[in-house]
Ligand binder design. Structure first.
Ligand SMILES: O=C(O)c1ccccc1NCC(=O)[C@H](O)[C@H](O)COP(=O)(O)O
Length: 210
C-alpha cells in the first residue's frame, strides 16, 4: 500500500519520514495554506529523500503554466489537483507532462459526490478522496463518512485521505481497502511541522494491521 505524508516543509523531516517508510511526500503549492512551500523549499527537501520516494506537488486551481513551471523546476514526480479542476484540465496536464502522475483529489461531503469520480477515470492516473470542509481545501483533519466508501472500487488506484491518524488508521483499513493512504494534520505538531513520533506510531500500527 502507498503511504503519502503530506504538507512537508522541512528537509530533515522529509528525510526521516521517507526512512520510516513513507512511499510519497506531498508539498503544498497553495499559497493560502500554512503548509505552503515554494520551489526552493521543495528542492531542499527533494535533495534529501531517496529517488524512489514519490514527490507530489499539491495544487488548487493553479494555471497549467504555473504547475508545469513548479513541477519541472523542483523534480516533482506527481501532481495532486485539489481544487475544482475539470477532467479536461487533467487531460491537458497529462498531455503536457506525460511522465508525471496526475492525482485528482475529490472532496466528499456525501455519498452522492462519488458520482463525480467517473468523469476523471480516463483523465487521471490516480484518485484521492478527501473530506469536505466549508472553508478549507485540505489538511483539515475532517473525516469522510467511511461507511460510504465500503464498496468503493473505482477501477483506478486511489488514496484515502481526511482525518486519518495513527489512532484510527486500522479502524479505517478494516472497513475500506484503498491503494494508498494520505495523512497530514494527524501526524503534525502544528501545520507544516510533522511529529516524527506520530509518524513512527503510524508505521507501527500499519505493521500490526498487516
Ligand atoms: O494541507 C493543506 O494545507 C492543503 C491546502 C490546500 C489544499 C490541499 C491541502 N492538503 C491536501 C492533502 O493532501 C492533505 O493531506 C489532505 O487534505 C488530508 O489532510 P488531513 O485531514 O489533515 O490528514
Amino acid at each position: 500500500m502507498r503511504i503519502k505524508i503530506c504538507g512537508i516543509t522541512k528537509p530533515q523531516q522529509g528525510r526521516e519520514i521517507a526512512s520510516l517508510g513513507a512511499t510519497a511526500l506531498g508539498f503544498i503549492c497553495v499559497k493560502a495554506s500554512p503548509r505552503y512551500v515554494d520551489i526552493n523549499q521543495i528542492r531542499a527537501v527533494v535533495e534529501q529523500v531517496p529517488e524512489d520516494t514519490d514527490k507530489i506537488g499539491v495544487f488548487a486551481n493553479s494555471s497549467i503554466k504555473e504547475i508545469i513551471h513548479i513541477t519541472t523546476n523542483s523534480s516533482l514526480t506527481g501532481i495532486q489537483l485539489h481544487g475544482d479542476e475539470s477532467p479536461e484540465f487533467c487531460q491537458q496536464l497529462r498531455d503536457n507532462l506525460p511522465d508525471i502522475e496526475i492525482i485528482k483529489a475529490l472532496r466528499i461531503k456525501a455519498a452522492d459526490d462519488l458520482s463525480k469520480v467517473e468523469f476523471y477515470l480516463a483523465k487521471a492516473n490516480t484518485l484521492l478522496l478527501d473530506a469536505y470542509h466549508p472553508q478549507q481545501l485540505g489538511g483539515t483533519g475532517e473525516k469522510i463518512d467511511w461507511q460510504t466508501l465500503k464498496q468503493f472500487n473505482p477501477g483506478l488506484p486511489w488514496f484515502l485521505a481526511g482525518g486519518l491518524t495513527p489512532d484510527n488508521i486500522l479502524e479505517a483499513l478494516a472497513l475500506i481497502r484503498p491503494s494508498g493512504i494520505d495523512l497530514s494534520s494527524g501526524v503534525e505538531r502544528s501545520p507544516g511541522d510533522k511529529d516524527l513520533n506520530k509518524v513512527a506510531k503510524l508505521f507501527e500500527q500499519l505493521a500490526i494491521g498487516d
